[in-house]
Design a protein. Structure first.
Ligand code: TMP
Length: 239
């Protein structure tokens, strides 16, 4: 296999044969570069003729995009962190049932900007609900679907917040979740790192303070290697 791209191991025809699709989520704090990296990975995989779906949370469905506006615009803030957690969960369930699972069942590669780990970190830290209630909400929201790979783009919040502000441009203020204190952003980073340590088989930790090209190459390698392994397993199982 080409150590940089992993392409030789895949071969275009074989890559198209992913029986159960591939679900890749991207997580990280504000300004960690998730959207840029998702775009780059999608372009790379599409060039190989693969069926790629790019989506995001909250959002990804018409109802989910409405919920996104309500949540990020701050309209739900006065309802309380518990209600916000329920809205994230409702949008997620709709997203899983009507977009993500059907795409995976068709053998597609789903690249999703944020998923359940965002709730674990953001609403978990906000003490939106007691842990067992958040867990119950998560079970309802994901309907049994876990990501195959979660890329955690890890960034020092001092840098991430600067990047997020530069991206917003002049005139636009931070959204409902960006506007928290620096300490909250630091706590979120640490909470993400703890999740990655707890689930090393699912998480891939990517230091995000490096050149965009280097990160993109590493992510492509991780995803292609995972796909190659999945196909080999499928073949071994006679699939
Ligand atoms: P983003 O699309 O720019 O990352 O903005 C989404 C914001 O919503 C971000 O601040 C994280 C927050 N969020 C949660 O608090 N919980 C969640 O479950 C999700 C998906 C996002």
């Amino acid at each position: 296999m080409d150590a940089v791209t992993g392409k030789d191991a895949m071969g275009q025809g074989r890559a198209a044969n992913l029986a159960s699709g591939l679900f890749v989520t991207f997580e990280g704090g504000e300004g960690s570069g998730k959207s840029t990296q998702i775009k780059r990975l999608a372009q790379d995989l599409v060039q190989d003729g693969l069926n790629v779906i790019v989506t995001r949370e909250p959002g990804g469905t018409p109802a989910g995009e409405l919920v996104r506006e309500v949540l990020l615009g701050g309209a739900a803030e006065s309802l309380g962190a518990d209600m916000e957690a329920m809205l994230f969960a409702a949008a997620r369930r709709d997203h899983v049932v009507s977009v993500i699972r059907p795409a995976l069942q068709a053998g597609g590669i789903v690249l999703c900007d944020r998923f359940l780990d965002s709730t674990r970190v953001y609403q978990g830290l906000a003490n939106a609900l007691p842990q067992q209630d958040l867990k119950a909400l998560e079970t309802l929201a994901i309907d049994g679907l876990m990501p195959d790979i979660t890329i955690l783009l890890d960034i020092d919040p001092h840098l991430g917040l600067k990047r997020a502000a530069a991206r917003r441009g002049q005139g636009d203020g931070p959204d409902r979740f960006e506007k928290e204190t620096l300490q909250t952003h630091i706590d979120r980073r640490n909470a993400y790192l703890a999740l990655a340590v707890a689930e090393p088989d699912r998480f891939v930790l990517m230091p995000a303070n490096r050149p965009e090209d280097v990160i993109a190459e590493e992510i492509a390698l991780v995803v292609r290697t995972h796909m190659a392994a999945q196909i080999l397993r499928q073949e071994a199982d006679g699939g």
